[in-house]
Design a protein around this ligand. Structure first.
Ligand code: R5P
Length: 317
C-alpha cells in the first residue's frame, strides 16, 4: 500500500497481536516483519526485518497491562524506526495507559500522562492516534498531531441492532462522563441519566444518587474504562433499585484487572460490552456476560485516511 508520505508499513508490538492482524487484514496489507523480544534480563530488543527507509509507518501498540513493558516496546520500536530512516512514524495506541494520571491528584504527585506523552514524542513519533482518551484534553499533552478516535460509531451500530431504542436510557456512571454519555444519547435519540456518587461524611459509605427517572427503562451505562468493575457494579445496583428493568454497559477499554471478571459475572449487569482495544484475557473470554466488539475496521479506516492525507474527523460525522 502506498500513501502520500511513502509506502505504508504496519509494525505491531506484543500488546495486542490479534487486533494488529485484523487491522492489517482490513487494510489488505501484511504486517512488517519485526522481532520484538526480550533479552535474558528482560530488556526489550527490537529488530525491524524489512527496509522502512522513506516509509509512512504505523506502530500498533496499546500501553495495556503490563503497561510499563508495552510502553517500553513502543518507545524502542519508535527508536528503531527513526534510526532506520522511516519518513513518518505514527504511534497508534488504541488504549493509552497512564491516562488517568492526568493531573496532580495531591501534593507531590506526578502527572504521568504528560511524562508518557513526552517519552513517546522524544522517542521519535511524528503523530499519535488513540481511542477514547480518558480526558480529551490529554491530546494537548502531545506537541505533535494527535487524533483521538471514538468507539461510539461501533457501539451505536451494535446498540441499534440489539435494543428497542424507545425503551433505552443512556446513563453516565459519574459526573465526569456526562459529555461522553450525552453524545451517545444524541446519536440514538435516547434520554440521559447521570449517577452522582457522594460520600456525605468521611467513613460513611458512598451514596449513589440517580439523576433522572430510570424506572421502566433498559439502562445503558457508558464509560471509557472498566478497571476493577466497582463503578459499574455499584451503578447497576443503584439503577435497578431506582426501577430500571435491565442494565447493560458499553465501555471502550476493558482493563479488567484483579478480580474484575468475577465481579462482573456475579453482578446484576445483564451484559458488559467492551472493545478489543486491549487484548482479552482468558478470564474475559470465559465470562458469560462480557462480550467484545471490534474496533479494527475503525482504526484501519483512520490509518488509511491518515496515509492518504484525508480527513479523519469526518469518520465521526
Ligand atoms: C474514571 O473516571 C473512569 O472513567 C472509570 O469510571 C474508572 O476508571 C472505572 O474504574 P473501576 O472499574 O475500577 O471502578
Amino acid at each position: 500500500m502506498s500513501g502520500k508520505n511513502g509506502s505504508v508499513k504496519l509494525v505491531a508490538g506484543n500488546s495486542n497481536p490479534a487486533l494488529a492482524r485484523d487491522i492489517a487484514q482490513w487494510l489488505n496489507m501484511p504486517l512488517t516483519k519485526a522481532s520484538v523480544r526480550r533479552f535474558a534480563d528482560n530488556e526489550v530488543f527490537v529488530e525491524i526485518q524489512e527496509n522502512v527507509r522513506g516509509s509512512d509507518v504505523f506502530i500498533i501498540q496499546s500501553t495495556s497491562y503490563p503497561a510499563n513493558d508495552h510502553l517500553m516496546e513502543l518507545l524502542i520500536i519508535t527508536d528503531a524506526l527513526r534510526r532506520a530512516s522511516a519518513r513518518r512514524i505514527t504511534a497508534v495506541i488504541p488504549y493509552f495507559g497512564y491516562a488517568r494520571q492526568d493531573r496532580k491528584a495531591g501534593p507531590r504527585t506526578p502527572i504521568s500522562a504528560k511524562l508518557v506523552a513526552n517519552l513517546i514524542t522524544h522517542a521519535g513519533a511524528d503523530r499519535v492516534m488513540t481511542l477514547d482518551l480518558h480526558a480529551g484534553q490529554i491530546q494537548g499533552f502531545f506537541d505533535i498531531p494527535t487524533d483521538n478516535l471514538y468507539a461510539s460509531p461501533v457501539m451505536v451500530r451494535d446498540i441499534k441492532e440489539r435494543f428497542d431504542l424507545s425503551k433505552v436510557m443512556v446513563v453516565s456512571p459519574d459526573v465526569g462522563g456526562v459529555v461522553r454519555a450525552r453524545g451517545l444519547a444524541k446519536r440514538i435519540n435516547a434520554p440521559l441519566a447521570i449517577i452522582d456518587k457522594r460520600r456525605e461524611r468521611a467513613g460513611e459509605s458512598e451514596v449513589m444518587n440517580v439523576i433522572g427517572d430510570v424506572a421502566g427503562y433498559t439502562c445503558i451505562l457508558l464509560d471509557d474504562i472498566v478497571d476493577s468493575g466497582g463503578t459499574l457494579v455499584n451503578a447497576a445496583e443503584a439503577l435497578l433499585a431506582n426501577g430500571a428493568t435491565e442494565v447493560y454497559a458499553y465501555i471502550t477499554h476493558g482493563v479488567l484487572s484483579g478480580g474484575a471478571c468475577a465481579r462482573i459475572t456475579n453482578s446484576k449487569l445483564k451484559e458488559l460490552v467492551i472493545t478489543d482495544s486491549i487484548q482479552a484475557t482468558e478470564g474475559v473470554c470465559k465470562a458469560p456476560n462480557i462480550r467484545t466488539i471490534t474496533i479494527a475496521s475503525l482504526i484501519a479506516e483512520a490509518i488509511g485516511r491518515t496515509a492518504a492525507e484525508e480527513s479523519v474527523s469526518s469518520l465521526f460525522d
